[in-house]
Each structure stands twice: as C-alpha cells, then as structure tokens.
Design a protein around this ligand. Structure first.
Ligand code: NAP
Ligand code: ZN
Length: 369
C-alpha cells in the first residue's frame, strides 16, 4: 500500500525546471515582449531542444489577439510558435530516436492520448481527447498552459519530435512544421494530382506551400488572390494561372471547372464564390480559420453534389513523410528572416497580407533581447 502511494507521489511530483528566455503577449492588445518561462528538465522519454528558427503562423496572431475565443480561449501570458526547428541538446534516459546534436522539428502538437482510434491510425491531430497543442494547451507536467516556440528552448516527448534533414536551409524548414503539413495533408487526402484542376485560395504562408505541393503532385494549379501584385511570384511558386478573386467576370469564366479547391484565407470572405467554381462532385477544403463564421447557400452545394470539408494540420507520421518529401525534392518555404525584436511589426505586416511568404524568427536574436 505504502509502495503504491509512493508510486502515485512519484508520478504526480512536478519535474525539475530550468528558465528559458521567450517572447509573450500579456493580453490581446499588449503586443509581444521579452518574458521568462520555465521548461521541465527532460523526463525519460523527453528531448530538450535549442530552438534555432520559429516560423510565424497566422494562427499565432489569431491566438495572441484571442480571435478564437469561442473554440480555444487564449490564456495569458501566451508564448506562441509552432513551426520549430532546432538542435537536440539533451535526451531523457529512455529516448531511442534522437541524440544530442540531431536536427529536429516540432509542429503544432506535443502530445495526445495515443490510445484512441484516431491516434492509433496516426491521426493524432484528431485525437478524441484533443491533442496537447504546442502552446495554449493544458500543461500536464507543470500545470498552467504549454508555451511555444518563440523561445530559446523547448522540451517535448520524442514521439512528437520530427527528424529534419541537414540538406535544407533551416529557416525555410521551420514553416513546413505547420504551413507545410497543413497543405500537404489535404492535398494528399483528396488525391490531388495529374489531370486535375486545383485552386489554392490566398497567397500567404499556407497558400505558397499549397502551390508548391499541388504543382509537385502534378496538378494544373490556379491561385486565387486579392493581391494583384503577387501574380509573378505565384507563377514562380507553381501557379499555372492566377485569378484576381475580386474580378467577378474572371471568376465566372471558371465556373464548374475545379476538381479541388484549398482555401487558406485568414479573414472574412465569401465561400459561395468558390463553391460555384467546383465541378460535379468537386471538393472545397477549408484550412484557413477566420474569426467569424461564413454563410453558405445550400444551392451552391446541392447543384453539382459538391462537398465542403475542413482539414487540420496532419499526424506525426504524415508530417515526417512531408519533411522527407521536401528533403528529397529540395523544397522549403520562402521566408523573410527577422529578429525576435521585430515580432510586433511582423504581425502588422501579416495583417496586411504583406509577407513573402513566411516570417521565420532567427532565435539567436533572443540572446540580445
Ligand atoms: P497568411 O500568411 O496571413 O496568409 C493568408 C492569406 O489569405 C493572405 O496572404 C491573403 O492572400 C489572404 N487573405 C487574408 N485576408 C483575406 C480576406 N479578408 N479576404 C480574402 N483573402 C484574404 O496566413 P497563414 O499563416 O497562411 O494562415 C492562413 C489561415 O490558416 C489562418 O486563418 C490560420 O489560422 C489558418 N491555419 C489553419 C491550420 C489548420 O490546421 N487548418 C494550420 C495553420 C494555419 P492574398 O493576398 O493572396 O489574397
Ligand atoms: Zn500554424
């Protein structure tokens, strides 16, 4: 009995911690400033990582500003960041896959229940108990919430750590951990490829990776953008055609012609305009997650037996597959590297759709913060 009590105590005792320099927002309007957090000392299955680069996802901005309050309210202070690339500095006694010095990545999840049917199928992002997200999720080890990649280090169970090739530029690899997998996964799931006309809506972080993957999978790729100035870049990134979505006559020319449309837009926009462009049995999949719900006219779905779907990131196995695909095909995100100190300016530019095409934070800058 006393032995059993001892075991319970050992399991519930909080691990030792160490400090980590980070950037955090204290409220929806505070902006991000330097902030110190603690990380747990690695448990037996944990990997400790020195973060080298972290991408800035629009989800970071949505959550810093508490725009997803109805679904996942933000707990402050929030340390965002889920596009993490770094080097292993220490591993726990039971870690098998990694050793100090390895290059690794961490995406949007750091754990899940691992026992539900979805986890068992490799779809941890759809864990029936909801996955532990990299930030703003319950921290089951230290209490409070998890803290993300705008930080000099992170400690993650090895089951949620990805291998990263040393052949690619790391600043461009970081965004693959979210923007990459979030576009790769639905394009694979809906078997996008040769002989298909595929639309990507919005040329930002997700959109530019969507273009690259859809092109690499052999589809005829069309970009929809609100920014005429992005046309030349879109073609360089893989678009066969570019449509300015505000031009109703141009949109009309493509009615009933798309097999698949991937919508990556972060703000309010009309989904019906895109549903009308799908062919019979065509699918439009939302990955963008705007703050406000969007109205759908039933006729735009029922005429043509069209489907409207959604997709969230990807599982760990598929994320590794995507990273390996990128290494084999020499693919990375197009990034603007910034120091941590420029984070608030970067958020303002993100809101204006003014980034080419992902910000990647050089974490060496934290040492001067
Ligand atoms: P981003 O870099 O800001 O790109 C979004 C793009 O959407 C903009 O560049 C712009 O492209 C277009 N856009 C923005 N506001 C618009 C509006 N009101 N109307 C029409 N077009 C607009 O954002 P991101 O990091 O790629 O993320 C995009 C969305 O995906 C966000 O909502 C994010 O939270 C969500 N997300 C979801 C998942 C998931 O698992 N499903 C994962 C990551 C991110 P143009 O200039 O070309 O028009
Ligand atoms: Zn993201």
């Amino acid at each position: 009995m006393s032995e059993a009590t001892g075991q319970v105590k050992a399991a519930s005792a909080k691990p030792k911690t160490f400090p980590a320099r980070s950037f955090a927002a204290q409220s929806p309007t505070s902006g991000l400033v330097s902030h110190s957090i603690v990380r747990r000392e690695p448990l037996p299955s944990d990997v400790q990582i020195e973060i080298l680069f972290c991408g800035i996802c629009h989800s970071d901005l949505h959550q810093v500003r508490n725009e997803w309050k109805d679904v996942m309210p933000t707990v402050y202070p929030v340390v965002p960041g889920h596009e993490i690339v770094g080097r292993v500095t220490k591993v726990g006694s039971a870690v098998k896959k990694f050793k100090a010095g390895d290059l690794v990545g961490v995406g949007c999840m750091v754990n899940s229940d691992r026992t539900c049917p979805n986890c068992k199928a490799g779809d941890e992002q759809y864990c029936n108990s909801f996955p532990t997200l990299t930030y703003n999720s319950e921290d089951k080890h230290l209490g409070g919430v998890t803290y993300g990649g705008y930080s000099e280090s992170i400690v993650v169970d090895e089951a949620f750590v990805l291998r990263v090739s040393d052949k690619l530029k790391l600043e461009g690899v970081a965004p693959l951990l979210c923007a990459g997998i979030t576009t790769y996964s639905p394009l694979r799931h809906w078997n996008v490829g040769k002989g298909q006309k595929v639309g990507i809506v919005g040329l930002g972080g997700l959109g530019h990776m969507g273009l690259k993957f859809a092109k690499a999978f052999g589809a005829h790729v069309v970009l929809f953008t609100t920014s005429a100035g992005k046309t030349a870049d879109a073609k360089r990134l893989g678009a066969d055609e570019v449509i300015i979505s505000k031009d109703a006559a141009e949109m009309q020319k493509h009615a009933n012609s798309f097999n698949f449309i991937l919508d990556t837009v972060s703000g309010e926009h009309d989904l019906n305009a895109y549903l009308r462009l799908l062919t019979l049995d065509g699918t439009m999949t939302l990955v963008g997650a705007p703050e406000k719900p969007a109205p759908i006219a039933a006729f735009n779905l029922l005429m043509g037996r069209k489907r409207l779907a959604g997709s969230a990131i990807g599982g760990i196995r598929e994320t590794q597959e995507m990273l390996d695909f990128c290494a084999a095909n020499n693919m990375t995100a197009d990034v603007e590297v910034i120091p941590m100190q420029d984070i608030n300016k970067a958020y303002e530019r993100l809101l204006k759709s003014d980034v080419k095409y992902r910000f990647s934070i050089d974490m060496a800058s934290l040492k001067q913060a």
